[in-house]
Write a protein that binds this ligand. Structure first.
Ligand code: HEC
Length: 151
């Protein structure tokens, strides 16, 4: 007797969960479709780059690109970032360690390689972003440029 009572309770609980799922699914689809804003094609790369930056880079280099003096170099106003695009792609794709000097401050840290966790398209958009954000003015890079930079 006890056993079947437990089974019945379990069945009731399961039905409850299923009903809750069905309900939340239908409200989600009702609210998702009608008003999603159209994404402007031209701005897509820079928008994606800002997102990739916020999710992967800003914890060290800071949201304003100014870094942390002596620990994480600034990307804003940094001539390496706005210089040769191949060099910037290489740093982001394969990482960087060893002593560098940026704006008169020395850094001797280690940045991990991003090539395993970010796609070539993500790297292209984040490099495009850091080369054009915070007053930086350098050209965009493409996914095929990223693919062409090897270790
Ligand atoms: C865990 C902290 C950390 C994260 C996260 C991080 N970096 Fe770095 N980054 C560093 C450090 C430290 C250096 C300097 C390494 C050295 O001293 O050799 C650096 C250097 C750089 C440089 C070279 C700067 C120069 O003057 O040579 C670029 C470009 C760069 N990072 C871009 C990025 C991008 C883009 C991302 C996100 C995809 C990112 N970093 C995420 C810590 C980080």
């Amino acid at each position: 007797m006890e056993r079947s009572r437990i089974a019945r309770l379990a069945a009731v609980a399961l039905i409850g969960v299923l009903a809750a799922c069905a309900k939340s699914n239908s409200t989600a689809s009702e609210s998702a479709s009608p008003s999603s804003p159209a994404i402007a094609q031209n701005g897509a790369a820079a928008n994606d780059g800002a997102k990739v930056y916020t999710q992967n880079c800003s914890s060290c280099h800071q949201p304003n690109g100014k870094g942390v003096a002596g620990t994480f170099p600034p990307l804003a106003g940094n001539p390496t970032v706005t210089g040769d695009s191949t060099a910037v792609i290489h740093i982001v794709r394969y990482g960087l360690s060893g002593s560098i000097s940026v704006a008169g401050t020395s850094y001797n840290g280690m940045m991990p390689a991003w090539g395993q966790s970010l796609s070539n398209a993500d790297i292209a958009s984040v490099v495009t972003y850091i080369r054009s954000a915070w007053g930086n003015k350098a050209g965009a890079v493409t996914e095929s440029q990223v693919a062409g930079v090897s270790q």
